[in-house]
Design a binder for this molecule. Structure first.
Ligand SMILES: [Zn+2]
Length: 255
């Protein structure tokens, strides 16, 4: 995606253009702007590129912010998006008191080194995020995801694993030792166990990616809501892998 980052100003104009061209809503969600899965992936890739390059902009997409971005130098743009003016911040917060229009659902690990809003350079109202150690899901997570898909019209779900995940490492070691983790941590080990067992001869990275795939598959086949929408092509579920070493997110199994 680096070739797309000709200049931050270019990115800003691209964001303005793509947002502007989106269909306003679909009949099932007349009050929700619809962002296609492909457009959502593109926004995440662009944001991770900015994060990686140290050009965080915290895009919010209000008219004032876009206008400012298109008409000011990159240096000032960076400052305005990091700090934003009091008036712009107030406007954005006011918009979000009425409704939210996140464009992606992110299921990620609780690890403090992988906050989705930062690694994808997104602002208030952009991402609908679920975080649990080992990026596993339970009924509460599924209910939250179903809400975002059904009521907020979000079309993309990303399951984001990461390099050197402590939860996956602990699961691998606990199962290898035929032991049991203390207290409720065992529930995480149990959730990650299928990935451990399918990668017994693999390294930690192999298990991390297998665990992402397991969660992706679970979401794609979840009934009664998600499976039907995935099968119909309305919702896309993909995996992602965040490298602590490089700051880059690689999307896995895009289809
Ligand atoms: Zn982790």
């Amino acid at each position: 995606m680096r070739e797309k980052q000709l200049t931050p100003l270019f990115v800003g104009i691209a964001l303005l253009g793509t947002s502007h061209c989106l269909p306003a809503a679909d009949p099932a969600h007349p009050d929700q702007p619809i962002v296609s899965p492909a457009e959502s992936i593109s926004r995440l890739e662009e944001g991770n590129g900015r994060f990686n390059a140290g050009n965080l902009q915290h895009p919010h997409e209000s008219r004032e912010e876009r206008t400012y971005m298109a008409s000011n130098s990159y240096e000032n743009t960076g400052m305005i998006f990091l700090g934003t003016t009091a008036a712009q911040a107030a406007k954005r917060r006011a918009e979000l008191t009425k409704s939210q229009h996140p464009f992606a659902i992110i299921v990620s690990c609780s690890d403090s080194r992988v906050p989705p809003e930062i690694v994808f350079d997104q602002g208030l109202g952009n991402l609908f995020v679920l975080r649990v150690a080992g990026n596993v899901i339970d009924d509460h997570s599924l209910g939250s995801i179903e809400y975002a898909v059904d009521h907020l019209a979000v079309r993309l779900i990303v399951v984001l694993g990461h390099q050197r995940c402590g939860a996956v490492k602990a699961a691998k070691e606990t199962i290898a030792a035929k032991g049991e983790a203390p207290a409720h941590i065992q529930s995480l080990v149990a959730a990650i166990k299928p990935a451990v067992e399918s990668t017994l001869n693999g390294d930690l990275d192999a298990t991390i990616k297998a665990n992402v795939k397991d969660v992706v598959d679970a979401l794609r086949s979840s009934t009664p809501i998600l499976k039907g929408k995935v099968d119909a092509g309305d919702v896309q579920v993909i995996g992602g892998y965040y490298s602590l070493d490089t700051g880059a997110v690689t999307f896995l199994d895009k289809k």
